[in-house]
Design a binder for this molecule. Structure first.
Ligand code: DAH
Length: 343
């Protein structure tokens, strides 16, 4: 066997060549193992150093260490080179391609209209109140002075919650899905003394078949104002302010006498604007309202000799339909993006 010293240079040369030739990190690692690994060729040479004579050892040792340092330097250089290459995209990038855009979502048109309504009322000092959608007869009807034989209490109109229908509970009576947000008037007045200045946006339920203008669930906004010496004038001024905000400043409103069991006197509110004329009508019915019935105050423990107030309620879908010219209420609930994207 040739002397160790003579073997170092050729071994180093072939190692350098293999390291240079490696096409990727795996190839480079293989080349490292071949020479510098624990069973590598250069490692084997180093292990044989012990067999050398004292005179030969220093020169051979120096040559091996130099060779090893040289290999390691090239290894490090090639490794960073190949790492960079591995990190680069495999295919050529076309930087002129348009990026992938995420589509920004929007609030549902009903939510937008609700927020507009709430914003208008906040300007004049109203706060938002809330109540349960699963209600009882007391809050939905009795406390609102709605007699037991009133058509609204017929099962045709109301969803009663199964298992509780007919079984009068000690307090609230049968459990049902609220048919209007008026129940929250009672909930709020039970909990707090006057004055009261609230609006209640919320979902309501009625046993109606869905068609272009009806849906078994829809949304209402209730308003309630209780204080000393509240008048129909306050009611009319407030309603006029809010509808001008919602439907444009040239909007006009008018009150027509009506009947609700929880208000006396009661009115229906019609409004007139470019929107109603676009629909071929001068006046459109939009809400119900009136002065809170003294019996309702009695029912919640307010003294009707001291306190007076008004209330109103209207449908949010109806406002949105008139505002945007939507001709079918069901469009609101289908979540068809072609519809929703328009708002
Ligand atoms: N609750 C009535 C409905 O669902 C709307 C309504 C009318 C609410 C008169 C009121 C009111 O507060 O005073 O049709």
């Amino acid at each position: 066997m040739a002397g160790i010293l003579d073997q170092i240079e050729p071994l180093k040369q072939s190692a350098l060549e293999e390291l240079r030739a490696a096409a990727d990190l795996a190839g480079l690692e293989q080349a490292r193992v071949n020479y510098l690994g624990s069973h590598g060729k250069l490692t084997a040479l180093m292990k044989r150093m012990g067999t050398l004579s004292r005179e030969d050892k220093p020169a051979a040792g120096k040559a091996i260490n130099t060779a090893k340092a040289e290999l390691e330097a090239l290894l490090a250089e090639r490794r960073s080179e190949l790492e960079l290459k591995a990190a680069q995209p495999k295919e050529a990038a076309d930087f002129t391609l348009p990026g992938r855009r995420r589509v920004l979502g929007k609030l549902h048109p009903l939510t937008q209209v609700t927020e507009d309504i709430v914003r208008s009322f906040r300007k004049i000092g109203f706060v938002v109140a809330d109540g349960p959608e699963v209600e009882d007869e007391f809050h939905c009807f009795d406390a609102l002075n709605t007699p037991a034989d009133h058509p609204a209490r017929d099962t045709q109109d109301t969803f009663y919650v199964q298992g509780t229908g007919g079984r009068r509970q000690e307090t609230g009576g049968s459990v049902l899905l609220r048919t209007h947000t008026s129940s929250v008037q009672i909930r709020v007045m039970e909990k707090q003394p006057p004055p009261v200045r609230i609006i209640v946006p919320g979902r309501v339920y009625r046993r109606d078949n869905a068609d272009a203008t009806h849906n078994p669930t829809f949304h209402q906004v209730e308003g309630l104002y209780v204080d000393r010496n509240v008048t129909v004038g306050d009611l009319k001024g407030t309603v006029e302010f809010v509808f001008k905000e919602l439907m444009g400043s040239e909007t006009q409103i008018r009150f027509r006498p009506h009947y609700f069991s929880y208000t006396e006197p009661s009115f229906e509110i019609d409004f007139s604007s470019s929107l109603t004329r676009k629909m071929g009508k001068e006046w459109l019915e939009i809400a119900g309202c009136g002065m809170v019935h003294p019996q309702v105050f009695e029912n919640v423990g307010y003294d009707p000799e001291i306190w007076s107030g008004w209330a109103f309620g209207f449908g949010i879908e109806r406002i949105a339909m008139i505002r945007y010219g939507i001709n079918d209420i069901r469009l609101f609930y289908e979540n068809d993006l072609r519809f929703l994207r328009q708002f």
